[in-house]
Design a protein around this ligand. Structure first.
Ligand SMILES: NC(=O)c1ccc[n+]([C@@H]2O[C@H](COP(=O)([O-])OP(=O)(O)OC[C@H]3O[C@@H](n4cnc5c(N)ncnc54)[C@H](O)[C@@H]3O)[C@@H](O)[C@H]2O)c1
Length: 283
């Protein structure tokens, strides 16, 4: 029986937004399992820090400071990775983000920015990576970081959620289009995860000493809403990314996998103050 392997030895990856948070965790998990990694991030110090950690795993790192909203620059990053590593096997479209505001209060420049960051970046990197994966003749893995907000109403996050829903369907469609090349396309859908972004550390190096700490009310809200009773940890997305990149998932494509402590499954049920599961309006 083939017992499978999570090894990514000899493979090459590119991670957008790889300098912090979920992207950083994915980059490091891929490197820990043998992949060389190109780290694309808008903050140069973050690229360098993650590249140094990738090298500690004995892998080759290519730090590529760039704004993922610039499609041409992102294409350059893909070309540089393919040239440096001589191949490209794994693309992780992780760059993304959101600021909360009701749709009616947004201007066109706001929603275009959300679309560029969350959707166009994905299209640009994916379209640049596919020819390298096909030319390599070894297949490949495209892993999109979406969100639980793609699959439910997300008041205050309308454009972000629409982009992530677009990514979910892009994942399914490209999985079908690329199956003949053995390029698998899957998505990771986190719920609330502790990252520099969710702790207010958007610029400069990742520095946990500067992170906002959640209030007691926020901790309680998470305990009520997320069945696991806690936020996600970035490495939990990293672990899934390794699985989705590896031969262990060789027959898995076109899926969106929640990494959410059970939120999606809970479908609106929340804990009351005694810990009992209830449905609003009982709540
Ligand atoms: N953290 C969560 O709770 C959560 C939940 C659901 C989905 N997600 C998704 O996970 C992904 C990562 O989120 P995160 O919380 O780790 O974010 P984060 O803000 O903590 O980290 C994002 C990284 O991307 C970089 N980045 C930001 N804009 C960039 C740009 N234009 N070009 C290149 N790099 C850029 C940042 O410098 C940072 O290092 C996003 O797609 C987000 O939508 C996050």
């Amino acid at each position: 029986m083939d017992t499978g392997t999570l090894s990514l030895d000899g493979q090459a990856a590119l991670v957008t937004g790889g300098g912090g948070g979920i992207g950083r965790a994915i980059a490091l998990c891929l490197a820990a399992h043998g992949a060389d990694v190109c780290v694309v991030d808008i903050v140069p110090e973050r690229c360098d820090e993650v590249a140094a950690r990738v090298a500690e795993y004995g892998r080759t790192a290519l730090p590529f400071p760039a704004d993922a909203m610039q499609a041409d620059t992102l294409r350059d990053a893909v070309e540089a990775a393919a040239k440096t590593f001589g191949r490209l096997d794994i693309l992780v479209n992780n760059a993304g983000g959101v600021s909360r505001r009701d749709f009616a209060a947004l201007q066109e420049k706001n929603w275009r920015r959300h679309i560029d960051l969350n959707l166009v970046s994905n299209l640009a990197a994916t379209s640049a990576a596919i020819p390298h994966m096909i030319a390599g003749g070894r297949g490949g893995a495209i892993i999109n970081v979406t969100s639980i907000e793609a699959s439910r109403a997300a008041p205050g996050y309308a454009v972000y959620a629409a982009c992530k829903a677009g990514i979910n369907n892009l994942t399914r469609t490209l999985a079908v289009e690329l199956a003949e090349h053995d390029i698998r396309v899957n998505a990771i859908a986190p719920d609330f995860t502790v990252t520099p972004g969710t702790r207010g550390n958007f610029t400069g190096p990742v520095d946990e000493s500067k992170w906002h700490q959640p209030s007691a009310a926020q901790v309680e809200a998470i305990r009520k809403r997320i069945p696991a009773g806690r936020p996600g940890i970035d490495a939990e997305c990293g672990h899934l990314a390794v699985f989705l990149a590896s031969a262990m998932s060789s027959y898995i494509t076109g899926t969106v996998v929640p990494v959410d402590g059970g939120t999606w499954a809970s479908g609106g049920w929340v804990r009351d103050s005694t810990g009992k599961w209830i449905l609003p309006p009982e709540a």
